[in-house]
Design a protein around this ligand. Structure first.
Ligand SMILES: [Zn+2]
Length: 485
């Protein structure tokens, strides 16, 4: 296999993202889509190893901020699901129902959780008695089930997907609201800082809220085709659910009060999809250092007439040192050619490759290749650890900066639809516009712009007065418009 064959083996990511994505999922062995039930996929070992690393990062941040793990059943009795009116309206068309068990019809239908408010809150009402029981902060990492009627796509839109959901109860509205900001911080610390996935933090419009919520905040990232993808949300539920499920506490003054609730959804499957699509290139995946299941691969380069064992020993010695330092390292001594090995590990996004041939052994040197920039450098053997410590930071920073520049450079404020059309043709894909807040205006914008949706207003972004891009009504509200997955 020549370098050229390898380069041509993936479709052009810029021109054909969808085909590129499908091939990377297959060749990098992330998921297997042949399960045979629409919208359900199998996570393969490598895909699951990456997923578990993503999960660990989020769980660790949740636990640092006082959340504790729980696990609620996957089934929800119909009567519980139906208790909060708006909530059930929002999910009714998407629920998978269990109606039979063995030979008998169930007395009450059971829903597979589409989300767990109605599974958790009846039990929360038993756990919470006094203000001393608050705040209650709990999360679970589970699969949820939604009968999607839109076209399903692996990791992006499935009928079963993985997420983390945190459900919290507080004494006051203020405390609950603070939680929605803490949720955004957690998202920033993991998605942005560790995974290099930047996002826009928006407050969704009234007509676009989570069913049953008072306020919905969302994290939208930008995919390479210019469309945005919602990868997380956090909701202020107020006391809507606590009144329905009787989550009340005995307060300091002796009165009973309803808890103020928040819920937080971290879209793990979609975050994995973003990671692949945003950072990947024509050789496959590119992984940030900290979440790579294998961070450094050592490849021996044999040469006719040179003792292969000397090369192997040198490789083993490097591996020992790096394992001692806490890295995930492997030496690939298989019979495959170095070229085949490069292809294999490049496709899987291994951040650093070390190449060891006779030159390196004889001169006590190491050749390093960084996957993100595809650059090679040869350094003295004793500088290896320091160099890798620098690269570990540099690689993630470089990926993050590139992704962030892309988002920043694609946002444009426009004051009318002609401008929007013009800049859209020039390649801008996210617009900021004045918007009156009316759902009809949002629908007209979508129809008249070929699919640009109102995504909400930027959290803690300053506004100024202007006219709604659709109806001309005076407003200080500015929202983001984008095409969305
Ligand atoms: Zn309007």
């Amino acid at each position: 296999m020549t370098e050229r064959d390898i380069e041509e083996s993936l479709p052009d990511k810029e021109k054909n993202l969808s085909e590129w994505y499908s091939m990377v999922l297959e060749k990098a062995e992330i998921v297997d889509i042949r399960y045979g039930v629409k919208g359900f996929i199998v996570y393969m070992p490598y895909g699951m190893e990456i997923m578990k690393n993503i999960i660990r990062l989020f769980e660790s941040e949740l636990e640092k901020t006082g959340h504790r793990p729980v696990l609620f059943p996957v089934v929800i009795p119909e009567s519980n699901l139906r208790k909060e009116e708006e909530h059930v309206k929002g999910f009714a068309g998407q629920v998978f129902w269990i109606t039979h068990a063995g030979y008998s019809k169930l007395e009450e239908k059971l829903a597979l959780r589409p989300t767990s408010e109605t599974a958790m809150y009846p039990i929360y009402s038993l756990w919470i008695k006094s203000y001393k029981d608050l705040p209650l902060k709990a999360y679970q990492t589970v699969a949820v089930y939604r009968y999607e009627t839109k076209a399903t796509r692996p990791l992006l839109r499935g009928r079963e997907f993985l997420w983390i959901e945190a459900h919290n109860v507080f004494r006051s509205r203020e405390e609950a609201y603070k939680q929605t900001l803490e949720d955004a911080d957690i998202f920033k610390r993991v998605s942005y800082e560790k995974l290099g996935i930047p996002f826009i933090h928006v407050k969704r419009e009234e007509f676009d809220k989570f069913p049953g919520a008072e306020d919905t905040f969302a994290f939208d990232t930008l995919m390479p085709d210019g469309r945005v993808l919602q990868i997380g949300t956090t909701h202020y539920l107020g006391t809507k659910f606590s009144k329905v499920f009787d989550i009340k506490f005995h307060d300091v003054d002796g009165k009973y009060r309803y808890g103020h609730q928040t819920c937080y959804g971290i879209g793990l499957s979609r975050i994995l999809a973003s990671l692949i699509m945003i950072h990947g290139d024509s050789y496959g995946m590119v992984l940030p250092f900290d979440i790579a299941p294998l961070q450094i691969i050592i490849i021996p380069i044999p040469k006719t007439g040179y003792d292969l064992n000397k090369i192997f020993e040198y490789c083993d010695d490097i591996q020992r040192e790096l394992i001692d330092k806490g890295y995930k390292v492997k030496v690939d001594k298989s019979e495959k050619t170095p070229g085949e090995k490069y292809y294999y590990y490049d496709m899987r996004g291994i951040p650093i490759r070390i190449e060891v041939g006779p030159f390196e052994v004889d001169n006590r040197r190491v050749t390093l290749f960084r996957r993100d920039l595809r650059m090679r450098v040869t350094i003295p053997r004793e500088d290896l650890f320091n160099k890798i410590e620098r690269l570990r930071v540099d690689i993630t920073e470089n990926l993050r900066r590139k992704a962030e520049d892309k988002i920043k450079n694609t946002i444009k404020y426009v004051s009318n639809l002609d401008e929007l059309k013009k800049y859209s043709e020039e390649g801008f894909s996210i617009f900021k516009v004045h918007f009156c807040g009316n759902e009809e205006c949002a629908e007209r914008i979508k129809n008249e712009t070929g699919g640009f949706e109102v995504r909400g207003s930027g959290v803690s972004e300053d506004g100024f007065n202007g006219e709604c891009i659709m109806c001309g009504k005076e407003t200080s509200k500015i929202v983001y418009l984008a095409k969305a997955y």
